[in-house]
Design a protein around this ligand. Sequence first.
Ligand SMILES: Cc1cc2nc3c(=O)[nH]c(=O)nc-3n(C[C@H](O)[C@H](O)[C@H](O)COP(=O)(O)OP(=O)(O)OC[C@H]3O[C@@H](n4cnc5c(N)ncnc54)[C@H](O)[C@@H]3O)c2cc1C
Length: 263
Amino acid sequence: MRSARTVDEALAILRDETRTPVAGATDVYVALNFGTFAPRSFLDIWSLDDLRLIWTHGDTLVIGALATYTELIQSHIVGERVPMLVEASRQVGGVQIQNRGTLGGNIANGSPAADGVPVLSACDAVVVLRSVDGERRVSINEFYTGYRKTVMKPDELITAIEIPPVKGKQWFRKVGTRAAQAISKIVMAAVRAPSPRISLGSVAPTVVRVPRTEAALAAGASIEEAAEILGGEIAPIDDVRSTADYRRRVSQNLLRRFWTETG
Ligand SMILES: Cc1cc2nc3c(=O)[nH]c(=O)nc-3n(C[C@H](O)[C@H](O)[C@H](O)COP(=O)(O)OP(=O)(O)OC[C@H]3O[C@@H](n4cnc5c(N)ncnc54)[C@H](O)[C@@H]3O)c2cc1C
């Protein structure tokens, strides 16, 4: 494994060599352990401290890709602006995982069950990607193209996540087998605004927004009508963690709770 001391050095290595970046390694180690990664070379980016900063630029909150869950939990500015991201971070794994797992890794890993991604999706966050050729910004809601597939190129790093001001009450709920160390069966993040924004994990091949449900609520539909629409809008599957039917019903219940608790 090579390691990089600066972002520019990391990007030059990714241009010249085929290497998989490793941040906190909490997903990478699991993949290696289960043999789901083909043999490959790695690039350790953990020590790129410039990518760990959390700051504001105008009214945009900028979170470095290497910010860990612990750093998100401890950040006053994140707590003020996106309390549901703090809530989600508290529910990721246990303390050890929170100390190593990064927000950039959660996004790049591409799991439909990722807890950070629905929060970013409901916030209309933007993923900042950088390569030696320059920087580009992609909405988190256009970042995934399929199950664990993203628009990211092999020579790009996620350097930051930009979150515009979030207007409206924020709500996050994760339903898993137990409170800690459990991958979610369903996760929902939502913002109660005149045009509500609702994002779900574990109900489709990627984390998804539910535009038909959002539009119905914005137009004044009852929560029961919206729950009915949600049931038809998501496409959960049966797997080792749960069944499609359970996931659909829990999603509808979470929608009802979001609506009553933020009303
Ligand atoms: C016991 C355990 C419990 C867990 N619990 C949860 C949970 O409750 N909720 C949850 O969402 N996740 C959970 N996870 C998964 C994992 O901890 C998170 O997804 C974490 O955010 C991954 O970050 P990382 O820095 O460790 O990523 P890594 O393992 O370092 O990388 C993951 C992937 O992202 C890529 N990558 C990482 N950083 C970048 C970057 N800056 N630019 C481009 N590509 C990058 C890597 O190449 C790799 O493909 C758990 C994992 C374990 C082992």
